[in-house]
Design a binder for this molecule. Structure first.
Ligand code: GLA
Length: 392
């Protein structure tokens, strides 16, 4: 999106003049480490070059005005600094409002209102974190506009997650907001969600590309199924803590596979046991995968991605027919090193590592078979890994 176009639209909606500033926060794709972030495990996401743009200007009063180029039919949404509660009528503006509220809870009081124009280029419902990017964008804009110098990018990620959990009712982990705030061009972030220690790993591959395939389906009740998974993992931890040797654990991320297998029968509910098995093994796979990448073993990395998919499909049960089809098709194609569901699940996208010479074949053969079986087309994006949120 060009800056001139954004500024032109801003002037059309809110009028010209004053200090108008532009910001961007990216979406993300997670390479491996799924549903581990709220289990104290590791994740390995990277920021994309698509995301959410914001153009903003301070106001003298405490009014908040929001306009999204993606929801032009909704028109302008308004609120004010003394009415920061979620509401149905607020629609998408509950995301920025939530962050403003959460900043206040942390002692970052917003002194005046603003006019805000938003434009996003993440495909709707794709699971590539459009909401997290909007939250992080809001945090960065507030920092830029009101001079919160002490507010770090990691804190913006945490505040954004807090807003998502407590204002918007989705009990997500920190991964999406962290990736959007802290991303780095051509690198993935190896993040330990228990400590927030992180390391950037270069993922510029000479012979292969990361390809996102959008199933273009989003099944209903995604948030409630997500929150249910989280509760099942918490129940598993409660059961495991009844074992004397495990009385100290706080999360599943603290267990290795061997320890888990020794004590897993302490988890009474078989469903919770399956969920826990995924969380423990996925965390181990993520650690191994990052090592494989460092060793230049892309094939090994791909095999771990495949195992991740099987675990998300069978033990965590967050896949769906359309996604399984995309993954099964990918696994059949020579030159595909690995493929799996990515993100929260129940639709959305897959992520694959595809050798350069196989990318066209990948797109063509998947499109043909997918359209025939599902009745609509998939969409493909060859990934460019971008930087975390910035002003421009
Ligand atoms: C969603 C959540 C993340 C993470 C993933 C699954 O994207 O927002 O916190 O839990 O699902 O890995």
């Amino acid at each position: 999106m060009k800056k001139e176009q954004l500024l032109e639209k801003f002037a059309e909606i809110y009028g010209d003049g004053g200090e108008i500033r532009c910001f961007f926060a990216p979406g993300r794709v997670n390479l491996i480490g799924e549903h581990t972030d709220y289990n104290g495990g590791h994740v390995f996401p990277c920021a994309l070059t698509i995301g959410t743009y914001g153009v903003i200007r301070k106001r003298e009063d405490d009014k908040l005005r929001f306009y999204s180029m993606n929801f032009q039919e909704t028109g302008m949404l308004t609120s004010d600094l003394s009415h920061l509660t979620p509401s149905k009528e607020a629609g998408w503006s509950d995301y920025p409002k939530g962050v403003i509220w959460a900043l206040g809870e942390r002692g970052y009081r917003i002194p005046t209102g603003f006019d805000l124009l938003i434009c996003g280029d993440i495909p709707a419902g794709s699971g590539l974190s459009s909401s997290a990017s909007l939250e992080v964008l809001t945090g960065l804009m507030m920092k830029g506009l009101f001079g919160f110098e002490k507010l770090s990018m990691v804190e913006i990620a945490q505040i954004s997650q807090y807003a998502e959990n407590n204002f918007n009712g989705m009990n997500c982990g920190i991964m999406d907001q962290f990736a959007s705030a802290m991303g780095k061009k051509d690198h993935a972030i190896f993040l330990d969600t228990a400590t927030l220690q992180y390391e950037y790993a270069p993922v510029k591959m000479e012979n292969a590309k990361i390809v996102i395939t959008n199933s273009k389906v989003k099944h209903s009740l995604v948030d409630s199924k997500y929150n249910e998974r989280r509760q099942q993992c918490e129940e598993a931890v409660r059961d495991l803590r009844k074992v004397e040797e495990l009385a100290h654990i706080k999360s599943l991320g603290e267990l290795d596979r061997e320890t888990f297998e020794k004590y897993e029968t302490a988890i009474t509910d078989p469903i919770c046991r399956m969920r826990a098995r995924h969380a423990v093994c996925e965390n181990q796979r993520t650690i191994q995968a990052v090592q494989a990448l460092k060793d230049g073993d892309l094939a090994g990395f791909g095999r771990l991605m495949n195992a991740s998919h099987v675990s998300l499909r069978d033990d965590y049960q967050v896949s769906c027919d359309e996604i399984d089809l995309l993954v099964d098709l990918a696994w059949e194609i020579p030159g595909v090193l690995g493929a799996r569901i990515t993100g929260g699940g129940f639709g959305g996208c897959t992520v694959s590592i595809v050798e350069n010479e196989a990318v066209d074949r990948y797109k063509e053969s998947i499109q043909r078979a997918y359209e025939k079986r599902v009745g609509h087309k998939a969409e493909f994006y060859v990934v460019d890994i971008g930087d975390g949120a910035y002003a421009f």
